[in-house]
Design a protein around this ligand. Structure first.
Ligand code: COA
Ligand code: MG
Length: 296
């Protein structure tokens, strides 16, 4: 389980931003060919991405490319241009169903074979950002073994549904929970929508905490200033780690005595709490390893 806490979107036509992103400690850099690139610049952006991939990530970031929708007329060419073993995955916008994910998968399969890339190397993170996509979120999340996560796209979803997009985000509570349920049922992670108000760190942290409390394990980002705060929100705190260790120990002691429940500081601990604590410790360890391997 590698951390995918922070996925920084970088418009592929902005070479200065790509250069800047190389040394930012996001877990994932997502070079964007879709909505941050005007139609007239798509070909140029593809060429920039193809040239940038090798040696891009200086801080052990994973490299994903957001292609255009497979129905847009650009998606296939995007894949042809960017599939190499230098990328870790494809971020797929606006699928309405698992079939659309499988169309992308089929092209990736062919390109991996033609290009001598290890089968299954290129992973997928589809966006859930249309009304149909939200209703089919589990179908999308479980469409392919390549899918490692699904991301909620609030701007497109609210556009598609006519919902008002507000700072409090009440309109997103149901979509957020749907995306988490779909992700978990498919055994992949849920990634929250970007926070657009990039000068408002307090608002960002508040939203990221809400997302974490709902079961999201990461968040899309649009600006370098968002990387550190969001990494921090999704990193288990020292108190959480101490508490989790206590729970795991208390549970192990109970198990050794033939019980599956015990108590710690006046709270019951049984299997779900112990599993939750183990999961938190595993995530804390993989984050610590990532940061140790890539000092700032
Ligand atoms: N990735 C890498 N670098 C970025 C960046 C990003 N997403 N956003 C900004 N930067 C860089 C800027 O180039 C600037 O670099 P410099 O100091 O070398 O000049 C620095 O970070 C500070 O940027 P700032 O001046 O605060 O913002 P801006 O006005 O240049 O850019 C946006 C603001 C919103 C246009 C820009 O952040 C952006 O394009 N974000 C991504 C948009 C996107 O991907 N949309 C799809 C979302 S899913
Ligand atoms: Mg979108």
């Amino acid at each position: 389980m590698e951390p995918l806490r922070t996925l920084l979107s970088v418009p592929a036509i902005r070479q200065n931003m790509i250069e800047k992103a190389r040394s930012l400690p996001a877990d994932v850099l997502v070079l964007d060919l879709e909505d941050s690139v005007p139609a007239a610049e798509k070909a140029k952006a593809r060429a920039i991405v193809a040239d940038s991939i090798a040696g891009l990530a200086l801080k052990g970031q994973k490299v994903f490319v957001r292609i255009n929708s497979i129905l847009s007329g650009y998606g296939q060419q995007d894949l042809e241009a960017v599939i190499t073993d230098g990328i870790d995955g494809i971020n797929q916008p606006k699928p309405s169903s698992g079939d659309e994910v499988r169309q992308v998968e089929a092209i990736i399969e062919r390109l991996e074979m033609e290009r001598g890339i290890k089968h299954g190397h290129v992973k997928l993170i589809p966006w859930i950002e249309t009304a149909k996509g939200l209703l089919n979120a589990f179908d999308i999340a479980s469409a392919s073994p390549r899918v490692v996560g699904v991301s909620l796209g609030a701007e497109d979803l609210t556009l598609d549904t006519g919902m008002e997009r507000t700072e409090e985000g009440n309109e997103l509570l149901f979509p957020r929970i749907m995306v988490v349920l779909a992700a978990k049922a498919a055994d992949v992670i849920a990634i929250d929508t970007p926070y657009n108000n990039f000068r408002d760190e307090e608002g960002l942290i508040k939203e990221a905490r809400l997302a974490r409390s709902l079961g999201f394990e990461g968040k899309f980002l649009i600006h370098p200033s968002q990387v550190d705060p969001v990494n921090q929100v999704f990193r288990p705190t020292p108190e959480e780690i101490t508490q989790a260790r206590g729970i795991v120990e208390a549970f192990a002691t109970a198990e050794a005595q033939g019980f599956a429940s015990t108590s710690l500081e006046g709270k019951m601990i049984d299997i779900p709490q112990a599993r939750r604590a183990q999961r938190l410790l595993a995530m804390a360890e993989s984050i610590a390893q990532r940061e140790k391997d890539n000092p700032r």
